[in-house]
Every structure is written in C-alpha cells, then in structure tokens.
Write a protein that binds this ligand. Structure first.
Ligand code: SF4
Ligand code: SF4
Length: 505
C-alpha cells in the first residue's frame, strides 16, 4: 500500500539510493531549468535572496523548532477505532457484509458489488498480476517488481497466506509484528542514564536501516482503540489483550526510492511502497528483538496499533501535510513509518513535536490536491477539525475520518476506490509534493529558510518546484527513466576492465 488513506497517510526509499537519484534527476531537466531561471529572475530571486540573508544571519535551522500543542485537538476528538479505517472494510468480506451501508458509500463511487473489493486488493500481491505490455508502468516487468517487493511478507506469513500478506500493513500480532515476548532476556540491562539508552536505540535503529529514529511517550490519543484484527474479524483491547502496558513508542522511518515513486501512479510506484513495507517489517522486527534482548517487553508495528503519521509528529520526525502524510525534512512524504511499543521508560529523553513551517506552507501549496486523480485531497486553504470535502455533509459518510483533530481531512474512500480501479497503489500525492525532492544542497537550503519566508512567497516556491522538472505525475517517461536508473549502480561503469583479467596480469 502506498498509504493507509484513512489517516495521516503513511500510516508511509530503501537503501540510500539518493546519490544515484541525484544524478538521474539531473538528466532531462535542462530545458525546465532554463525556464526556471527565467522565472527565478522575475520573482524567485527575491525569495531566495531574502531567505539567504536570514540563513546567513544564522537564524535559520533545519532542526526546526518545538511545537508543543501540535497536533491540535478539540472536544469532539477521541481515539480512533481501527475497524473504521477504509482498508479494514475494503479487505474484510465479513465487515463488508456486516455493514452494508458503508459499502454502499463505496459503491456510489463506481457501482461495483461489495465483494469486488477484497479480491481486487489481494491481486496487488499475486504473482499472476494481469499485465499490459503496451502500457508503461503496467507491463509484466512492472508487475514482477510489484510482486517481488511484497514477497518477503509471503515467507513470513506462512499458511495464512494472503490475509497476512495484506495484514502486514495493518493486522496486529502477525509475524514479524508478533506480540510474543518469549525472546525477552531474563536480565534487564541497566543503562547509565536515559540519554545513553536513547542514543543506543537510535544507533541500533540506524544499523537496522532507519533513516531517522524518534522516541515518543505512549500517547493514548494516537493509539487505535480498540485495535482490530482482520484475520479474526475481532476487536482487541489494550488492557485485556495487549501483552504489557507500553510506556514508550520508538518511531522509525525508511526512505523510498525517488525515481520509483516518481512513476506514480503505476506498478513501479506500488513496488516502491511495497519494498518500503518490507523494510519497515525488518526494521521494527529487529528493534523489537533488540529491546527483548535487553530484558524489556516490546512489540513492533506497521500500520497497526496506532496512527503512524501522528506518532511521527510526536517523535519530532516531521509535520502533517495536506496529503495526510508525514512530511519529513529532506524527504517530504517519501518515507514509510514503523513503530515499536515498549515498556522501557526513556524518562526525560523523549522527543517533541517540531515545526519547520511545512503545514503552514501547505496552506498556499496545493500541488498534491491538484495531482490527486480521485479528488480525495482537500483544496481548503486552512486545516480544520472536521472534514469539508464534497460529500462530507452526507449523513454517515465520514466514518473513516478522524474528527476533532486539526488537519487537512481527505476523502479516503475515493483514494482506495482509485487504487482498485487502476490496479495501482497510486502515490501521486507523494510524487507531486513540493517537499519530495532528491537530496540536493539547494533543497536543504530551501528547507532551512522556509520557516522564515513570508506566506506570500510559499505559493511562488511551490510554483518553482515543477519548473525544475520535479513532481509531475501520470508521466510514462518516468517509468522508462526508472528502468534505466540501474545503469548508474555499476561500480566500474567507466572502466569495465577494473575487475577483469586484463588488469590482473
Ligand atoms: S493522489 Fe489521491 S488517489 Fe492517489 S494515493 Fe494520494 S490520495 Fe490516493
Ligand atoms: S504538495 Fe504542497 S500542499 Fe501537498 S503536502 Fe506537499 S507541500 Fe503540502
């Protein structure tokens, strides 16, 4: 899945491929750059020069600043029932049959029977995915990539097969997100202080493959309550069913490949998300066993147990975007998030929500909303406590929206419907985002000056993004480009004889 569209969207590139991606992104954008420089001369220069002065003055920082009351909630807020995510209904024939009204709302979008959803959803992971070799992004080559990206899940999930394969993204207590604590060491390791513990966890996370690691307090507001187990169609309680009382949540993000996501919507962008989910599972699985090895209880989670984007904010890793994704400085929404719940207490070493002016920037930038093929993303200027999309006023329609939290609410039914309609996990809202950029120095510069640039300039900055050749979606050329990106991976690209026999003799 690209996102769990019900929530802050990553409920959201593998190894650091950005060095390769930078070079690749350089290609083919010369024309756009010339256009950019013309526009830059007119207005963009003012923004950069003004921001540059601030930067030079030393007041800008890519560290962001603490935002204590973020995210904001109101009196109507309560923890979200996991059952009420759109994907629960799309993936569970039992739920679909039990609550036909909700399925009727899906049906209004496309007039398909209720039992259309879940077989379609599982088709994404199967080896015999339908293909069309005349359609870039949906050929057998592209389908094989998508299938392979999820296959480690199949090996972990064993006889329960498909359900767990899908469940890897949202079903609790499934391998490798097991609730079993039998691996716990009998001796509790004692750190000198909480800082030593937090540093050790961050170092272990980096070794396991995390791009960034944040540590949040367990916060009941963001935990799904009750939890929902799709494999049994059963609600689970934190008090009665969960194996321990969690104190802390270790939140980790893995980056997704820039060129893979740039193909959205396609099977290649779906594969980019798929391998992200696989990496999440390795990462959270390893961290769970690390905490167990230190003698503490721990459970890893993908999209299950809690709203990942919200925990990403609580752990100071990024801000919530209009597209309902966690936007991480330097990567934007092009990350996936996993969590590890533990009873270890990090005392005064918890991270806090931060702002880099990203949510503020979203008020002027609507690139993701414009790019969304299903019109699922809000075009409103201000975030709100309640959904305000086209059908939001229909009685009973907002069952998948988390009301009472101030954000840009999406119409997730439209999003899921589009995935199934097009056989793609889409991801256009990730690929098009102004903050989704390769790791160039000038992108970090813009990141650093953003909080200090006036709102008026944000719209201009968003306009300059496509002028650089970034963020286009529905572009078959990006698929062709993706399949050439491996070329840069060859170590001896310019000297084929380096490892050949001719140099040895
Ligand atoms: S662009 Fe729209 S349809 Fe596509 S994943 Fe994002 S919200 Fe869903
Ligand atoms: S595309 Fe623009 S509006 Fe949408 S999340 Fe990214 S910065 Fe915000």
């Amino acid at each position: 899945m690209t996102n769990d569209p019900s929530n802050i969207n990553q409920d959201q590139e593998g190894v650091e491929s950005t060095i390769v991606s930078e070079k690749q992104s350089d290609q083919g954008t010369d024309l756009s750059r010339r256009t950019f420089f013309k526009r830059f001369a007119v207005g963009g220069g003012a923004a950069l020069l003004g921001g540059g002065a601030t930067y030079a003055a030393g007041s800008a920082s890519v560290e962001g600043r603490i935002a204590k009351d973020y995210p904001e909630t109101n009196e109507d807020f309560k923890p979200f029932r996991q059952k009420n995510t759109t994907l629960s209904y799309a993936a569970s024939p039992v739920l679909a049959a039990r609550d036909n009204t909700r399925m009727e709302q899906f049906k209004k979008l496309h007039d398909k029977p209720a039992d259309y959803f879940w077989p379609k959803l599982f088709q994404h992971f199967e080896h015999n995915v339908p293909y069309d070799n005349s359609r870039p992004g949906f050929t057998q080559l592209d389908g094989a990539l998508q299938h392979a990206s999820w296959m480690p899940w199949a090996n972990w999930s064993g006889p329960k097969g498909k359900m767990l394969l899908f469940g890897g993204t949202g079903v609790p207590n499934t391998p490798p997100y097991t609730w079993d604590q039998s691996d716990k060491h009998e001796n509790k390791h004692q750190f000198t202080d909480a800082k030593e513990a937090a540093d050790a966890v961050r170092s272990a996370g980096r070794l396991f493959g995390a791009l960034r690691v944040g540590i949040a307090r367990n916060d009941k507001r963001w935990n799904y309550d009750p939890i929902y187990d799709l494999t049994q169609d059963k609600e689970l309680s934190w008090e009665k069913d969960f194996p321990f009382k969690p104190k802390s949540v270790i939140v980790m993000v893995v980056p997704m490949d820039y060129d893979g996501m740039a193909t959205a919507p396609s099977r290649v962008s779906a594969a980019t998300a798929g391998i992200g989910y696989t990496q999440m599972a390795v990462l959270a699985g390893a961290m769970k066993h690390f905490m167990n090895g230190l003698g503490y209880n721990a459970v890893g989670a993908g999209n299950d147990l809690a709203i990942s984007g919200a925990y990403g904010i609580m752990a100071g890793l990024g801000e919530g975007g209009r597209n309902n994704c966690l936007l991480v400085p330097g990567y934007g929404p092009r990350v996936r998030i996993c969590k590890v719940f533990t009873d270890f207490d990090f005392e005064d070493e918890y991270d806090q929500p931060h702002t880099w002016g990203i949510t503020e920037f979203c008020k002027s930038c609507k690139k993701c909303a414009d790019a969304c093929p299903s019109q699922a993303i809000s075009h409103s200027t201000e975030p709100s406590f309640y959904p305000d999309h086209e059908r939001a006023k229909e009685p009973g329609y907002n069952w998948s929206n988390h009301i009472g939290v101030k954000k840009f609410h999406t119409d997730a039914k439209r999003c899921v419907d589009y995935w199934l309609e097009t056989d793609s996990d889409c991801g256009a809202c990730i690929a098009s985002c102004t903050f989704n950029e390769p790791d160039f120095w000038h992108h970090w510069f813009i990141m650093a000056i953003n909080p200090f640039t006036p709102k008026l300039i944000h719209g201009l900055m968003a306009e300059l993004h496509p002028a650089f050749g970034y963020g286009s979606t529905q572009n078959p050329e990006k698929v062709k480009k993706f399949w050439r990106t491996g070329e840069g991976m060859r170590v001896n690209k310019h000297n084929k004889s380096t490892f050949g026999t001719s140099n040895i003799s």
